[in-house]
Design a protein around this ligand. Structure first.
Ligand code: FMN
Length: 258
């Protein structure tokens, strides 16, 4: 228990008040900047014109869509099929089930819940960032592994991949805060693709740290992408208060013009 508290109150986020335990906390979806909305609109317009072009194509298109379906190796929400019309929005997320802080043992990770809401709302394809070596199911053990990986700046290997990343103009990137940072596998993911000219929209769950500076860290890590302000939601809220969470996601996406 002492160890658990130590994780959540680590020096990395001592500045943040820990008010989260046991309470439903609204998402910190702040007002969306006009420039962020404009960036999304530009990419959505591109999708519209691509769809029109795709509609004009013949058999070639169905061959392409099979590739799209295979390229995203994790099932999208409700096992929905990736869009067959050259969908240009991807939701890529890291999320871990099993034992976690403040929620007990869970079947679906907090971030995955948010990721699925987003993918359903915008009709995106999904990719679950999972490491080849799974993290321990035990919370304390997982904290130890994660802490070591952070210290080592590890780049744990990811299962599968997004083979057709070039088709996506908008990438939502989701993750939990681990030790005041992203899980190192998210860095592996960022290292794996060229995000140039893509709009990258972060979102995260946490238990008190908020976004913990990760949005600007992502922007620095991929300087050729247009990284927007993201949305942070308390993990327990995502896990236990689904209608609040869905509403927060919807409001945020509305603000972005989806
Ligand atoms: C290894 C580890 C480290 C964590 N470090 C932090 C942290 O620094 N700040 C924080 O607010 N929450 C921290 N948490 C809590 C998670 O961010 C939170 O439970 C999140 O919602 C988990 O998302 P997931 O279920 O999608 O993996 C940590 C959890 C784990 C397992």
């Amino acid at each position: 228990m002492k160890h658990k508290i130590a994780v959540i109150t680590s020096a990395l986020f001592m500045a943040i008040t820990m008010t989260a335990c046991g309470a439903s906390e609204p998402a910190s979806a702040s007002s969306v900047a006009d420039s962020d909305k404009a960036a999304v609109q530009e990419k959505l317009n591109k999708q519209d014109s691509n769809t029109e072009t795709t509609d004009e194509k013949t058999e070639d298109t169905s061959a392409e869509s099979e590739v799209v379906s295979e390229a995203v190796t994790d099932a999208a929400p409700s096992e929905n099929e990736p869009a067959s019309d050259g969908n240009n929005i991807l939701v890529a997320y890291f999320s871990r089930a099993d034992e976690n802080y403040n929620v007990g043992t869970i079947e679906k990770g907090n971030t995955q819940i948010v990721a699925e809401y987003i993918a359903n709302e915008v009709g995106a394809d999904s990719f679950h960032i999972e490491t080849v070596t799974p993290y321990p199911a035990d919370y304390d053990d997982c904290c130890d592994v994660a802490k070591q990986e952070l210290a080592d700046k590890a780049r744990p290997e990811i299962q599968g991949g997004v083979e057709n990343m070039e088709q996506y103009d908008i990438v939502f990137l989701g993750y939990p805060i681990w030790w005041g940072d992203m899980p190192m596998a998210v860095y592996t993911f960022m290292d794996s693709y060229d995000f140039s000219d893509k709009v990258v929209i972060p979102f995260n769950t946490h238990e008190g740290s908020g976004e913990s500076g990760t949005y600007s860290a992502i922007a620095s890590y991929m300087p050729n992408a247009q990284v927007l302000d993201g949305m942070a939601i308390q993990g327990k809220t995502a896990q236990e208060f689904s209608s609040d969470t869905q509403q927060s996601v919807r409001d945020w996406l509305d603000g972005l013009g989806f």
